[in-house]
Design a protein. Structure first.
Length: 262
């Protein structure tokens, strides 16, 4: 073969080699995952709790009507007539009517009551608004019920939130209801609507329309109605009263069934 032909053969062979792919390595085997995969544990941040058993809350029936039998209004007093109340002024205190309010004011250590004249009550329901403007601690005020001379019942609201009832007979005091706390008995300044339901031997105290307690006492079946204030400490006490309303009550207390004789 001539040198020229050999040269053309070598050039053709080099061109063929240049066209072949460079990466002639065998293909990598594809890994097939196993049929049973290992499960990954799921973290539960808020595990469900067992359903709580619902508690049964007892439903109580309503309390019996504590002021039954109230009927028509028999008296309304807007405190415009000075002639029907006991009024007085002295160095120890005063009872005065001004701007449709009866104001009782006493010096330290004194007691003062004002009664409404010519008003005798047996069975009745009465309401009056009291506004203590100057009182503290055990200073007290309230209603006088079934007053006859120096004998009467007294329903007492102390300025420390305690309430009680007592019988006064000839200057002797007999507790009928020991002091108990009430959220409806305000100190100064405050306002409360006092109510007394009285039938036969039983009397019930209401404050702002809410029943407080009952007392049963047969000594005075009827008498006058009044208000009072007392200072028990070293400071004066002042309370104003207004908007008196009296209602008739037609109700008979239930008779207790006598126990059988053994």
């Amino acid at each position: 073969m001539s040198p020229v032909r050999i040269l053309f053969f070598l050039c053709g062979l080099l061109s063929l080699v240049a066209c072949l792919p460079v990466n002639l390595a065998p293909p990598t085997e594809t890994l097939v995952p196993s049929e049973t995969a290992t499960p990954t544990e799921t973290i539960v941040w808020f595990p469900p709790s067992a359903t709580a058993t619902q508690l049964l809350v007892p439903t109580y029936t309503g309390t019996p009507e504590m002021s039954p039998g109230i009927g028509r209004v028999t008296l309304k007093d807007n405190f415009s007539d000075e002639e029907v109340w006991d009024l007085a002024t002295s160095d120890s205190g005063s009872a005065a009517i001004n701007r449709n309010r009866l104001t009782l004011a006493v010096q330290p250590g004194y007691y003062l009551a004002s009664m409404r004249r010519e008003l005798l009550l047996g069975d009745f329901y009465a309401e009056i608004t009291a506004r203590p403007s100057l009182c503290r601690g055990e200073d007290n005020y309230g209603l006088v019920v079934r007053g006859v001379g120096s004998s009467f019942y007294r329903f007492v609201l102390a300025c420390n939130g305690m309430i009680r009832a007592e019988r006064i007979s000839g200057g002797t005091r007999l507790p009928l209801q020991e002091p108990i706390p009430s959220g409806d008995a305000p100190g100064a300044p405050g306002e409360v609507r006092m109510g007394i339901w009285a039938v036969a031997n039983e009397m019930r105290l209401f404050l702002n329309g809410r029943y407080q307690f009952s007392v049963v006492e047969p000594s005075f079946p009827s008498g006058a109605l009044g208000v009072f204030v007392r200072s028990t400490g070293e400071t004066p006490a002042t309370v104003t009263f207004s908007d008196l309303a009296v209602y008739e009550v037609d109700y008979t207390l239930p008779t207790k069934t006598p126990l059988p004789t053994p």
